[in-house]
Design a binder for this molecule. Structure first.
Ligand SMILES: NC(=O)c1ccc[n+]([C@@H]2O[C@H](COP(=O)([O-])OP(=O)(O)OC[C@H]3O[C@@H](n4cnc5c(N)ncnc54)[C@H](OP(=O)(O)O)[C@@H]3O)[C@@H](O)[C@H]2O)c1
Length: 212
């Protein structure tokens, strides 16, 4: 990665802002890409991030992160004429209205549908299985925040794993992008526990290992 190339975060809502906070603290340059940059200019300034259109943000970056609703992610994926080998990290979940479930799954995934539209992108799934608050500073939790990474391209998977590890997650290689078929329902498990089961948002999945 070119040291000075910004990471493009597409979307500046809960997830985009949390990831930007984490990345800027690591010394990364972040440029948000949003439909109306003026709307988020103060937020970007408060995070020491740059902001522009989606096309501007992607143009200067080697890594893009989709932090938008699933429908917008599909649109963005297809709107860029050529992703030119960029790593495109998909943090979305294909949520049904009112968090009633997932709109697709099991035989495909948001990540695979995005990859099918994003010409010459190397798509990785990451940052989808925990709440946005846990993404700003995963080290604030009392155990490692489990963060699976799936991608077909081995270099994209390795670089996304390395980035998520630097960001303080317990990043775990989940294999090919089709693993997103399981990782997106897994995110729905977090959502179910947080809201329907009443456990709130201040927790994350963690893993443990049998001794011996
Ligand atoms: N919230 C969580 O805890 C969480 C956790 C894991 C994964 N996710 C997933 O992450 C994604 C984002 O969630 P969120 O909670 O951050 O949503 P959010 O707070 O509603 O933010 C969405 C952002 O996307 C922007 N956006 C919408 N359409 C766009 C487009 N065509 N191009 C560029 N930007 C666009 C919005 O801009 P405008 O305001 O101008 O519309 C807004 O900045 C979703 O897919 C969600 O399922 C969320």
């Amino acid at each position: 990665m070119i040291a000075s190339a910004p990471i493009a975060i597409l979307g500046a809502g809960n997830v985009g802002a949390a990831l930007a906070h984490n990345l800027v603290a690591l010394g990364e340059r972040v440029r948000f890409g949003v439909p109306e940059p003026e709307k988020y200019r103060d937020l970007a300034a408060s995070l020491s991030a740059e902001i522009g259109s989606v096309a501007d943000a992607v143009d200067g970056a080697e890594i893009g992160i989709l932090a938008v609703p699933y429908a917008a992610a599909l649109q963005i994926a297809g709107d860029i004429a050529d992703w030119n080998g960029r790593i495109l990290i998909d943090a979305t979940n294909p949520l049904a209205p009112r968090l009633a479930g997932l709109s697709i799954g099991t035989t495909t995934s948001a990540a695979e549908e995005i990859a099918a539209r994003a010409r010459n992108a190397r798509v990785a799934k990451c940052f989808n299985v925990t709440g946005a608050e846990n993404m700003a500073d995963p080290r604030a939790l009392d155990a490692g925040v489990f963060m699976p990474v799936a991608a077909d391209d081995a270099d994209a998977r390795a670089r996304t794993l390395a980035l998520a590890t630097r960001m303080g997650f317990d990043a775990v290689d989940a294999g090919p992008l089709s693993a997103a078929r399981y990782l997106e329902p897994f995110a729905m498990t977090w959502i179910h526990l947080a809201f329907a089961a009443g456990h709130g948002r201040a927790w994350a999945f963690s893993r443990t290992q049998r001794r011996g």
